[in-house]
Design a protein around this ligand. Structure first.
Ligand code: ZN
Length: 94
């Protein structure tokens, strides 16, 4: 599939990088990354973003309900914390 990855240009590698990350491959083990500081830095950035995205969207094809889950998670963070008296209004389903 990948011919002589050592000779790959940055353009070629960056074309595949998102693919590599998206497929769960260890892109940092790629030969091009080993010898190219530029792409290594780029990969770092992308992985930080990908990691954050993974935590937000653990499933590949997020169902519509995911947004509701995110919304309620945000609402929970907004809550005053333990001992608040306003839980009567919107008691979370447990
Ligand atoms: Zn490169």
């Amino acid at each position: 599939m990948i011919d002589q990855p050592q000779n790959m240009s940055c353009d070629e590698f960056q074309d595949r990088m998102a693919e590599l990350i998206g497929s769960g491959e260890n892109a940092s083990a790629h030969p091009h990354i080993q010898q190219c500081a530029l792409c290594r830095a780029l990969l770092n950035d992308l992985e930080t973003i990908a990691e954050a995205a993974r935590q937000l969207f653990p499933v590949v094809d997020p169902p519509d309900t995911l947004w509701e889950q995110i919304e309620s998670a945000i609402k929970q963070e907004d809550k005053p914390g333990p001992g608040d008296k306003s839980t009567k209004e919107s008691t979370p389903v447990k």
